[in-house]
Design a protein around this ligand. Structure first.
Ligand code: NCD
Length: 314
């Protein structure tokens, strides 16, 4: 694989390797023994370039930490929209053509769907899509897939419920694509303003079972309660206000995964969120052992170490 733009670029065997290596890095860091210190030789003298046109905490910092732990160097900007020559009218193509001459691998984050592909076409070195508008976020899908894979013995019969702004979330789309490869039931509790019909799933190649809910008021709806009770994974997302076309979407009533609903979840279920969260996931839920989103975010370091290492040395 030269560039990682979409989950479609990830072969199953490659995903398995990434997960195994991430396990290795996770244990090595905990032990802080010889294995961990020998990591610093892996990408010595290589440079990761980060070029981010949208805000980021986890993606940029965990990639930078991953590269640093692997012994490489990092250059870049967290606010390319203001601090790069794009501000002077340079095209994405020219920008990535030029910077690809200054390092060995690039992670980019883009405001518009499709810009990651454009940047990859220009780049002379591997480019990783760190999120492009409401397009995709393949490395987040690896992080999300990893915790699901390592929590449950099998994908067979697993029920995953996506709750929130599914329409505008690139992490939902990427994870949905990844899980579509397995015999997983997927339910969608969508933002009440979503006009799209259930065929959205078919557009992305989904042939499996699932419930599609766009209730006007969430609480008390039997279908919602039944869906939550049957979920092994609840995948929450915040309202993606920066991608909304009209104010109605911002003020529409939203689902809050409060204690009332958490109490309905099976004991073995897990609650995930790519973060950042807003009011859809109250901090009071953090203490519940099923809340795994901070672990999920911390796994990002190991997944990104594994990815950088595999892309460059694999
Ligand atoms: C997500 C993103 O950027 O799409 N954040 C992340 O990388 N963990 C989710 C979001 O912004 O809501």
């Amino acid at each position: 694989m030269r560039h990682l733009i979409s989950v479609d670029d990830l072969e199953d065997e490659f995903i398995t390797q990434i997960y195994d290596h991430a396990d290795y890095f996770k244990v090595a860091r905990k032990d802080r023994g010889q294995d961990w210190f020998s990591c610093t030789q892996a990408l010595r003298n290589q440079i990761l370039i980060t070029d981010f046109f949208e805000p980021s905490t986890r993606t940029r910092l965990s990639f930078e930490a991953a590269m640093s732990y692997l012994g490489g160097n990092v250059i870049g900007t967290e606010n390319a929209a203001d601090f790069s020559s794009i501000k002077k009218g340079e095209s994405i193509y020219d920008n990535f053509k030029v910077i690809s001459g200054y390092g060995d691998i690039i992670v980019g984050r883009f405001r518009q769907e499709g810009e990651a592909r454009l940047a990859a076409d220009a780049s002379e070195i591997p480019l990783i899509n760190g999120g492009d508008g409401k397009g995709e976020h393949p490395t987040q899908a690896l992080i999300d897939g990893f915790i699901i894979d390592r929590t449950f013995p099998s994908y067979d019969g697993l029920t995953v419920t996506f709750i929130g702004d599914n329409e505008h979330s690139r992490t939902v789309k990427s994870l949905f694509k990844m899980l579509s490869r397995h015999n997983v039931e997927m339910n969608f509790l969508n933002s009440p303003t979503w006009k799209a019909d259930p065929t959205w799933r078919l557009h992305h190649g989904w042939k499996g079972e699932g419930t599609w809910i766009r209730p006007d008021t969430f609480r008390g709806t039997q279908e919602v309660e039944r869906t939550i009770r049957n979920s092994h994974v609840v995948y929450m997302t915040r309202n993606q206000v920066e991608r909304h076309q009209n104010m109605l979407e911002d003020v529409a009533p939203r689902f809050v995964l409060d204690q009332h609903y958490v109490d309905m979840l099976p004991d073995t279920a897990i609650i995930l969120h790519p973060l950042p969260r807003n009011e859809e996931l109250p901090a009071a839920i953090d203490a519940d052992p099923r809340a795994r989103y901070f672990e999920q975010a911390h796994n990002g370091l190991f997944i990104r170490m594994a990815l950088l290492e595999q892309l460059q040395n694999g």
